[in-house]
Design a protein around this ligand. Structure first.
Ligand code: SAM
Length: 246
């Protein structure tokens, strides 16, 4: 069946069956070598440097753990949560390999479940990176995050844009693994943050490419930037920052 939590849980096992053990090598390295993820990270750092963020942080849908490792590298005290035991095992292995063993607490849980066992009112900040679009009920995830934050606590959401639901990779993952692959526009994320109780979400932009010199390249970059800011296309992540009221 498509879109079930079991499909999210079983993703690593099934992908390893189909693509071979190399798939897990990809999970062990992607956050550290893919320029896409490094752009995410650079954009996130700019937000966290200019707004209240941390030091006690909850990383929701931590996957292979690279976001948790970057946060720990910034000096944050990180709790990393994921529904998949396989992802958590790889995340713990990545953390140990990079010298962060014992500095990140890993927890298994469904961030969408109203019954999620989570420490309430204790985190300064939360990060949901590239994971909210795997949940049919994004407001439920944000409500759980709200519960976990202290008054005045902050959240950063980093998501692929609305077109993600129509991308070839989403179609492929839906077909092979039955994972939930939504496209969340900045408007949807903003509304969901407000519905969960957060105040005044702010949107940020991240442009992946560094245009080469030359008039044509620069004109393409200007067109891509304008299209990104106006309609969110070509594929650019949506970054939102919001705070729980004091
Ligand atoms: C595309 S990965 C992103 C991982 C990581 N945040 C990153 O940026 O590399 C999405 C992650 O969300 C997790 N996930 C999906 N649904 C979830 C849920 N309901 N609760 C917790 N984690 C979930 C998946 O297991 C997966 O590890």
């Amino acid at each position: 069946m498509s879109g079930t939590i079991d499909n999210e849980r079983n993703f690593v096992r099934k992908a390893t069956e189909i693509y071979g053990p190399e798939f897990q090598d990809h999970l062990r390295s992607k956050g550290f070598v893919s320029h896409w993820f490094l752009h995410y990270w650079a954009a996130f750092s700019e937000i966290a440097n200019s707004r209240p963020f941390g030091p006690k942080v909850l990383d929701l849908g931590c996957g292979p753990g690279w976001s948790s490792i970057f946060l720990a590298g910034r000096g944050c005290e990180v709790t990393a949560l994921d529904v998949s035991d396989d992802m958590l095992a790889i995340a713990a292995e990545n953390a140990a390999r990079l010298g962060f063993a014992g500095r990140i607490t890993f927890r298994q849980g469904d961030m969408q479940s109203p019954a999620l066992a989570i420490d309430e009112g204790v985190y300064d900040s939360a990060l949901v990176m590239d994971a909210l679009h795997h949940c049919a009920d994004d407001v439920a995830v944000l409500r759980n995050t709200y519960r976990a934050l202290k008054p005045g606590g902050s959240i950063v959401v980093v998501e692929p844009d609305w077109f993600h639901q129509y991308s070839p990779s989403s179609a492929n993952d839906r077909k092979l693994f039955g994972t939930t692959e939504r496209g969340l526009s900045s408007r949807t994320i903003r509304r969901s943050l407000v519905a969960a109780g957060f105040g005044k979400p702010e949107r940020f932009y991240c442009v992946y490419a560094t245009p080469a010199g030359g008039l044509v390249a620069r004109m393409k970059a200007v067109i891509a930037s304008v299209a990104t800011v106006s309609v969110g296309y070509p594929h650019r992540p949506v970054l939102m920052y919001a705070r729980k009221p004091e």
